[in-house]
Write a new protein. Structure first.
Length: 203
């Protein structure tokens, strides 16, 4: 794999990761309502889920994914339902920062699982990887090490992009410490979560 091909593929993946979508909205709403750490954890989940999809694409398992598409549908609807649940919970939190019940560690686990389920619940993403790879990369000459580099590129692109969104939304969360602003934020972020969950379920 040449450096030119790697650069071209990296650019395509970064642009795809930056495109507004359910993953981005989930990270942003987590950041505004729960701060940078929770949003970044959700972004790590997105990166992990996308890494699984690109690995399947590299292994040529697109047909297998289509055969067992019901697994991805379950993940999609589970992630959508959880987002809608969080949205309603946040909407009802009039002037307090919305938080999940449970220990701190379990909250981060739930954020990670949410991000991963959103990424894995989008089987069309594997078709993106499977279609763009032959256009840029020479798959016949690709080695195992090249495959690891491709996966690393996808993970890095997602972490950097989602980390950027998490940082912006996390900083914005400090502005909402005033009760009136917090109430407005809960309404807006809760509505955004409900809308994002509905959008994921309807796709």
């Amino acid at each position: 794999m040449t450096l030119t091909a790697l650069f071209a593929y990296s650019t395509a993946v970064v642009l795809a990761a930056m495109t507004p979508g359910p993953a981005m909205f989930a990270v942003i709403t987590n950041g505004v309502s729960r701060g940078f750490a929770r949003a970044f954890t959700a972004g790590l989940g997105v990166a992990a889920g996308d890494a699984v999809l690109v690995t399947l694409a590299l292994l040529g398992l697109v047909t297998l994914v289509q055969t067992f598409e019901w697994i991805f549908l379950i993940l999609k609807y589970a992630g959508a339902a959880y987002l809608i649940y969080l949205g309603f919970k946040m909407w009802r939190s009039a002037a307090a920062q919305a938080e999940d019940s449970g220990k701190g560690e379990s909250r981060f686990v739930r954020s990670f699982v949410l991000g991963a389920s959103i990424a894995l619940g989008n089987p069309k993403a594997i078709l993106f990887h499977a279609s763009i790879m032959p256009l840029i990369l020479d798959l016949h000459a690709m080695t195992f090490a090249d495959g690891l580099v491709v996966v690393a590129v996808v993970v890095s692109a997602n972490i950097l992009t989602m980390g950027f969104y998490a940082a912006l939304s996390g900083r914005a969360s400090h502005w909402f410490r005033v009760p009136a602003r917090m109430r407005l934020m809960n309404r807006v972020a809760g509505g955004a979560m409900i809308g994002t969950g509905a959008f994921i379920a309807a796709r």
